[in-house]
Every structure is written in structure tokens, then in C-alpha cells.
Design a protein around this ligand. Structure first.
Ligand SMILES: [Zn+2]
Length: 149
């Protein structure tokens, strides 16, 4: 068998450029995919990720996060991770209940300090390395900060 057997012509949904893709399902299923799936050429894919990254960076800047350093690929991955991690913090913050205003103020302060620690992380690699940090890890660190206040 040659590779040609798996090659199919598809059209980029954005720029309508035709390009070839390799599909490895049954011929029938491949034809279905060629027809039904949204295909994007490499160029448009790159543009899309660049735009998506730029939008996230802007969003993060508004809440005090700086640009990240690293290769373009690494930065775009890191920014996406950072977005997910910030969502985890928001989720945790919203899920907490307080007995009184004082407890809430202390917690808010701890979250603020916690985010400040993250805002200092401008190396894209740091975010990629910490991508598995979950809500429990975040909660633990916030508690540590709270105790040190
Ligand atoms: Zn395209």
C-alpha cells in the first residue's frame, strides 16, 4: 500500500485553499470525514492560534498578567494553560463560604497575594511545567498564604 491510498483532497474552510490530508479509517468513513469535518490549512490554523493567543493575552493583561517569554509555540500553549488555571482560581474563590466579613476579607487578600505570585511568572515554561496544578493545589497554597498574613 502506498500513502496515496490515504490521501484525500479537502478545502480550507477559511481561505478555500485545497490541500491534502491523510486519513486512516475505512475509505467510506474517510469520505464522510472529508465531507463533514471542518478543515483548516496550516496557514489559517496558525493565524487562528495567533489570534486566540492575542485575545487571551489581552484578557490576562486586564487582570494584571504580563506577556510571557519563550518561543511562539510555547507562549501560545502557556497562555492557554494560564487561562485554564485562572479559571480554576475563580472557581475556587466562588465556591468558598464565609462565616463573617472578616474571614472573607482575609480570604480575598490571600487570593490577591496568590495571584500576584502567578503574575510574576513570565516564563512560558513555568506555566507549561505547572499545567497539572489543580484546584486542590491552589487551595493549599492560598491557605498557606492566609496563615502567613
Ligand atoms: Zn486556509
Amino acid at each position: 500500500m502506498t500513502e496515496d491510498i490515504y490521501s484525500y483532497d479537502v478545502k480550507c474552510r477559511t481561505c478555500r485553499t485545497k490541500f491534502k490530508v491523510q486519513l486512516f479509517e475505512s475509505h467510506e468513513k474517510n469520505l464522510f470525514l472529508v465531507d463533514k469535518k471542518y478543515w483548516y490549512c496550516e496557514k489559517c490554523k496558525k493565524e487562528y492560534f495567533k489570534k486566540q493567543t492575542a485575545e487571551l493575552v489581552e484578557e490576562h493583561q486586564a487582570i494584571g498578567f504580563a506577556d510571557l517569554e519563550g518561543s511562539q509555540k510555547m507562549v501560545s500553549w502557556a497562555v492557554k494553560i494560564r487561562g485554564e488555571m485562572i479559571s480554576k482560581v475563580d472557581y475556587l474563590k466562588k465556591s468558598l463560604k464565609f462565616e463573617n466579613d472578616g474571614a472573607k476579607a482575609l480570604s480575598d487578600k490571600a487570593f490577591e497575594m496568590f495571584l500576584r505570585e502567578w503574575q510574576e511568572k513570565t516564563d512560558a515554561k513555568w506555566w507549561v511545567d505547572h499545567r497539572r496544578m489543580n484546584v486542590r493545589d491552589i487551595s493549599k497554597r492560598v491557605e498557606e498564604i492566609k496563615e502567613s498574613v
